[in-house]
Design a protein around this ligand. Sequence first.
Ligand SMILES: [Zn+2]
Length: 133
Amino acid sequence: MEPNDLGPISKEKWKLRLGPERYGVLREKGTESPFTGKADLLYNERFGHYLCAGCGQTLFLSRSKFNSGSGWPSFSGTADDAAIVEEEDTSIGMVRTEIHCSRCNGHLGHVFDDGSTGLRYCVNSLSLYFVEK
Ligand SMILES: [Zn+2]
């Protein structure tokens, strides 16, 4: 299913709900510029949960967040593997693994296998919001 396949929620409703910036990332697979992170999510070190900005599903936990230097919030693992769906993405002439929310299908970012350092979930901050726990 493509993110633009909105099911029962119309494109217009998503736009209203998310606002133009979040809509562009979550529903149109956009990528925010590095180091432009929404609010302070990129450097956020507080304890809590990172939820999908589209539907509120918990996607990542603060304990797996790390500073990758990439300019996007990065996580070494998911809060629950069932919350995230992986899909091959060949859109920029290379093979990457796109990740999206299993509940609303919103685009999140990509996951990379960095070999010895493990997995890196590279996530647009516009796809997330943070709840302190
Ligand atoms: Zn979602």
